[in-house]
Ligand binder design. Structure first.
Ligand code: 7RM
Length: 655
């Protein structure tokens, strides 16, 4: 039992199914085997040359760069720093006139309203709003906070900021007034862009009203731009509030893009970690955009005629890189949806895939598990034959959820790209290249060309043996990495670099690498369990539970135990009604035995509790910290207002 090396995470579970690229897909793929190998070799042999080649080929520069990587102030790295460009020109103007009449954005509101915005129209809309910002004195370097529903104007406002060099900071529309206030104050924003409201879950979310509540606490804000979306009446302060439709009608439709330095901050995006206040993750212009374009092609295999749908809200990094920037930079057609997946019924996503002939679909495991729980009949009702590629992001995808996605959505024809990355990394880091990579359900595959990942123990030594878990780190700077934490460079170093003396970027995730070099993310290192001296990741036990036919979702945490150090406590959402009484007892016996058989006796949960749902962040990640407190019988001290479903905690504690 103690022959395991210290400081690594044990892996007890091996997934054996493999899926080579379908021949038809591979033959037409944007990146084929020879090109993939050329890229991998070039990145290995001439790292900076590789990135320079990509940056010259993929970006339109106003002034070409002569410096590639500047590491003189490491780990505050700079890329292409003497080059000048404009991100919005790279996303829109460069496609004109060739793509003038091609749809840039297809939009569907939750009530069912449809819009189609061409590249030519997008240029006009973005230019008008950029001029509207300027007419209220917003200039290069000013911060603009967006608090918007998922409508095209959210993307238009982001692009408009990029056009004039204003730094946007999008706050997810589901966040509370307190969260909005903290972020506005930290960024010292000069303006806020919001809407009267948006449609979500069959209700109107009153964004302007939330804003009104806190805006007097934010002295830096002189203007609030208000989009009319729902049409309900709102409070009005004529000194500060301006209607989007009124001010954009008063300005010119022509706004030349400003030439900006490659390192000019494109945006801040606040993320909450396990401790402390949210951090303003700061991204660059050129390096960030370069990564989004490359991954659109490498991972999403984007080609002419595609309709690309990423279901993430623009309030998350996924909605930045794969809604607002990447798809436009790649010149594709992107679909945006305002509302919730279950409105009016759990077939909404599949109905939309049919209606808009979506070819590449990208969503999160939490959505896949939720839709799987609703039954196979919903996707079966729709023609999903336009789909050719599926993607997953946000959490490890349990192999059983992967198989359902592959069978019932992809009809065994579509590769699934499981993309591992973070707000801080800006773009996909470890992901399949779908025309080349053989897929293994539950693994995100190998690092992309130019991304140097590794797994190290807590001394920072590489863990070389296959299947030994450790810290997932990135060993060389890459162009789309975060640049710093806004106005807090020390926190940037302390959080991401200090533990291994600034040698590696520390992701905070635990992972293992198998004998084929495939990475298996095991969960956040903060969530690792220690049972009888064994360090176990949460992912494998959860996946074993989810593989049982009666389990829809599962989360596993440790609870202090005198005998074993920590005892495993599982929270389970069953398919159908919540098990109670003798049924619950019998299911618990069955699941304990199931986990014992699938992983090993050490991983058997000591207790299993049943719930209607699990506490999740607004972006759908399970909050294991909250569950740890519940499992230990401690009061929940977390700020539960940031949870998607705060009520669920009472049910969990009630048992
Ligand atoms: C894109 C995003 C980052 C954290 C990350 C992981 C987890 C994301 C995957 C994943 C396993 C994946 N940014 N994570 N994608 N774990 N497989 N494909 O989600 O900043 O919000 O979260 O999400 O723990 O560190 S994020």
């Amino acid at each position: 039992m103690s022959d395991q090396p210290r400081d690594t995470i044990e892996s007890l579970f091996q997934e054996k199914r493999i899926f080579p690229p379908p021949a038809g897909f591979a033959a037409q793929a944007q990146i084929q085997k020879a090109e993939y190998e050329r890229l991998m070799t070039l990145a290995q042999t001439d790292y900076e040359g590789f990135w320079a080649e990509q940056a010259r080929a993929e970006l339109q520069w106003v002034q070409p760069f002569t410096q590639i990587l500047n590491a003189s102030n490491a780990p505050h790295y700079q890329w292409f720093e003497d080059g000048l460009l404009n991100v919005s020109a790279n996303c829109i103007d460069r496609h004109l006139p060739e793509r003038a009449d091609q749809a840039a954005i297809l939009f569907e509101g939750e009530p069912g309203d449809l819009r189609r915005i061409t590249y030519a129209e997008l240029l006009v809309e973005v230019s008008r709003f950029a001029n509207a910002l300027r007419s209220r004195g917003i200039k290069k370097g000013d911060r603009v906070v967006l608090y918007m529903p998922m409508v095209p104007e959210a993307v238009i406002a982001m692009q408009a900021c990029a056009r004039i060099g204003a730094i946007h900071s999008v706050v997810f529309g589901g966040f509370s007034g307190d969260s909005l206030r903290d972020r506005i104050i930290d960024a010292e924003a000069a303006a806020v862009v919001t809407a009267d409201g948006g449609h979500r879950g069959g209700r109107v979310i009153e964004l302007k009203a939330v804003c009104d509540h806190i805006i007097d606490d934010c002295p830096s804000v002189h203007t609030v731009f208000v989009l009319k979306r729902t049409g309900h009446s709102v409070r009005w302060n004529p000194a500060r509030d301006v209607w989007w439709h009124e001010i954009t009608a008063q300005v010119s439709a022509d706004c030349p893009p400003l030439a900006l330095g490659a390192e000019h901050p494109l945006f801040l995006l606040y993320t909450s970690g396990s401790t402390g206040r949210p951090k303003g993750i700061q991204h660059s212009s050129a390096g960030y955009l370069l990564g989004t374009i490359l991954t659109m092609r490498w991972v999403f295999d984007i080609r002419p005629g595609d309709v690309f749908w990423c279901t993430a809200d623009v309030g998350w990094i996924t909605g930045h890189s794969y809604v607002a920037y990447g798809p436009l930079a790649a010149g594709t057609t992107l679909l945006m949806y305002e509302g919730a997946p279950m409105i009016p019924d759990p077939g909404r996503y599949w109905q939309m895939c049919e209606r808009h002939k979506v070819s590449v679909f990208y969503t999160a495991p939490t959505a896949i598990r939720a839709l799987k729980k609703q039954g196979d009949e919903y996707p079966a009702r729709y023609d999903l034959s336009a789909l050719r590629l599926l993607g997953s992001v946000g959490e490890p995808i349990n192999p059983e959820a992967w198989m359902w996605y592959h069978t019932h959505i992809g009809h065994d024809q579509c590769p699934i790209v499981d993309t591992w990355w973070q707000t801080e990394t800006g773009i996909h880091m470890i992901a399949p290249v779908p025309g080349v990579s053989t897929l293994k359900p539950g693994s995100c595959g190998r690092p992309l060309p130019g991304i140097m990942a590794d797994i190290v123990d807590n001394q920072g030594h590489p863990v070389c043996a296959p299947d030994q878990g450790g810290f997932l780190v990135i060993t060389r700077p890459w162009p789309s990495m975060l640049r710093t934490v806004w106005r807090n460079p020390q926190r940037y170093i302390d959080t991401y670099w200090k533990m291994f003396d600034n040698r590696y970027y520390i992701s905070g995730d635990g992972a293992r690498r198998d004998a084929d070099g495939y990475y298996w993310v095991m969960g956040r290192v903060d969530d690792v369990l220690k049972v009888s001296g064994h360090r176990l990741g949460t992912m494998e036990i959860e996946s074993a539970l989810v593989a049982h036919p009666r389990v829809a979702e599962a989360a596993v945490v440790g609870r202090p135990d005198e005998l074993t150090g920590e005892a495993i406590c599982a929270f389970v959402v069953a398919r159908g009604a919540r098990p109670v009484g003798p049924d619950a007892q019998a299911l618990t016996q069955e699941l304990r035995q199931w986990v014992g058989e699938h992983i090993g006796p050490i991983a058997k949960p000591a207790t299993i509790r049943y719930a209607d749902n699990l506490p999740k962040t607004r972006s759908g990640k399970i909050m294991r910290r909250v569950l740890r407190a519940v499992a230990a019988g401690h009061p929940v001290t977390e700020d539960t207002s940031t949870l998607e479903n705060p009520d669920i905690i009472r049910q969990l504690q009630g048992d």
